[in-house]
Design a protein around this ligand. Structure first.
Ligand code: NAG
Ligand code: NAG
Length: 479
């Protein structure tokens, strides 16, 4: 039960830090020295406590993010089984109705969404690696070396209207398409407190529609944005969507034209299982503030590790823990993170080229993530007959060799989040990372992420998602 003890210790330390009042400015690990310049003398004592605690738990911001889960787990710390109690009632429908491959109007399973509340106090690895650091190992392979026979250079966001006739020998069958006017029918609006401690109020569907936080634009794309009222005193309204489909294995494509950008933003497109981290978490598109690159991460129960021959174009993040151990508890929730070298894959670079398609393939070979910018979307994707074998090296590869993809990952749902500040974006407000040339404190002139959010609604005009589709494919041979 080492992990339970550790978790409790960490939680205690986090609570201690919280009471010192210095946590609002927690930088990334590497920014600790810089922070001292900003700490007033009367806070030095508290800061010393904080630093001592930080030396034990360098990933404090992530611990805080997982605090809800740790509380939930603490109730079983003395138990003999590693069974985690849910704090809310069990999902009514853990059994996903079978969807036939030739069904023309697939129906979404009617799982309840609110029961996911406990499994989402999670989020993402914040393993830091400055761009100047050398790439780790020999996995870094130029994207251009990946060969493919079926690239399309003429894809548009509205692809369904221009599906080529060409036939591919795809092993994947399209089960669900979430797009256009029915896009939002496939999601539950999750309106609970942000487990990652952002200054947002996630609103229900009625509020989101009434206040224009979600809409379908004239291109048929789904818009999800944050409230841009100039001055607010509490939290900014935002939207968090949980997909209704529960799946184990599959190929998921997501085409987005625009993603939230700017200081204080923390957008993510990801997926999560029940009883976090038991059912696994896969972060596919995620970052904070003015990051220029994407970070893919997996977080698991104890036992899932990565071999040293991951075959991908990204590079492993580094941290204070073994970066090939994906276990959340054992690594202070660092998990296994892979960062992209392609600056079209996130943030302004993403938006400047009209985004593109993210592909997440989860099958018996493991978990792989590809990124295709708008100018490089394979024709087989556009044709809805995906041929992953021809896509070249993925950006992130988590092979099955030391991590059973069905033991450590199951019953996942798809999630869009768009929070502001919180453990990661707020936590590194004073720290430039992932290609940023200045900190958000420098860029905005605000010492506090929260103050910036509350006084500058107009700065969040670009904090929106524009999504063309999410498509789920299944396979009879690959899972
Ligand atoms: C995908 O296919 C597998 C194997 O046929 C099946 O068990 C599973 O229910 C399918 N999942 C969905 C979401 O259709
Ligand atoms: C769909 O149905 C047709 C006609 O019954 C069949 O030939 C085809 O193989 C089916 N496709 C799949 C993916 O099962």
């Amino acid at each position: 039960m080492v992990h339970s003890t550790t978790a409790l210790t960490l939680f205690t330390a986090a609570a201690l830090l919280s009471s010192t009042g210095v946590t609002a400015h927690l930088p990334g690990r590497d920014g600790l020295a810089a922070r001292h310049a900003h700490v007033p003398a009367h806070k030095k004592a508290a800061s010393a406590v904080a630093d001592a605690a930080r030396s034990l738990i360098p990933d404090l911001e992530k611990i805080r993010r997982g605090a809800d889960d740790i509380l939930a787990r603490s109730s079983v710390a003395s138990g003999s089984k590693q069974k985690t109690k849910r704090r809310v009632k069990k999902r009514k429908n853990t059994c996903v109705p079978q969807v036939g491959f030739n069904v023309t109007n697939p129906t979404s399973p009617g799982s309840s969404s609110s029961a996911w509340a406990t499994s989402t106090a999670t989020a993402t690895a914040t393993a830091t690696q400055s761009d100047s650091q050398s790439k780790i190992g020999n996995e870094h392979i130029a994207t251009g070396s990946a060969t493919s026979t079926a690239w399309s250079s003429a894809s548009s966001a509205a692809q369904s209207s221009s599906v080529p006739n060409q036939q591919y020998n795809s092993l994947w069958n399209l089960e669900e398409t979430w797009s256009g006017n029915s896009f939002f029918d496939h999601w539950d609006f999750w309106n609970h407190n942000d487990p990652t401690h952002g200054v947002v109020n996630y609103v229900d569907a009625g509020t989101a529609w009434n206040e224009g936080l979600v809409s379908i634009n004239d291109k048929g794309n789904a818009i999800m944005k944050v409230d841009t009222t100039q001055w607010i005193s509490g939290n900014r309204k935002s939207v968090r969507l949980h997909g209704k489909l529960v799946f184990t294995g599959g190929l998921v494509l997501m085409d987005a034209v625009h993603m939230p950008v700017g200081c204080a933003t923390w957008p993510a497109w990801w997926q999560n299982g029940p009883n976090w981290p038991i059912g696994g978490e896969i972060d596919i598109l995620e970052g904070v503030n003015n990051f220029k690159i994407n970070q893919v991460s997996v977080h698991t129960d104890n036992g899932c590790t990565m071999p040293d021959n991951q075959k991908h174009t990204g590079y492993l993040t580094t941290g204070n823990f073994d970066n090939r151990n994906c276990a959340s508890y054992a690594t202070s929730n660092q998990g296994c993170g892979v960062r992209d070298a392609d600056q079209t894959a996130y943030g302004d670079g993403f938006n400047n080229i009209g985004g593109g398609v993210y592909a997440m393939k989860w099958d018996k070979y493991g978990i792989n993530v590809w990124w295709f910018n708008r100018n490089n979307i394979p024709a087989d994707i556009t044709a809805e007959q995906p041929m992953p074998d021809q896509w070249g090296l993925p950006m992130a590869n988590f092979p099955s060799t030391q991590c059973d993809p069905y033991k450590y990952f199951y019953d996942n749902i798809n999630i869009f989040t768009s929070t502001l500040c919180g453990d990661w974006a707020g936590g590194i407000w004073n720290y430039a990372d992932a290609g940023e040339t200045e900190t958000c404190a420098q860029k905005t002139g605000y010492a506090s992420c929260e103050d910036y959010v509350r006084n500058n609604g107009d700065k969040f005009q670009n904090a929106y998602w524009e999504v063309a589709y999410v498509k789920y494919f299944n396979s009879t041979t690959e899972l």
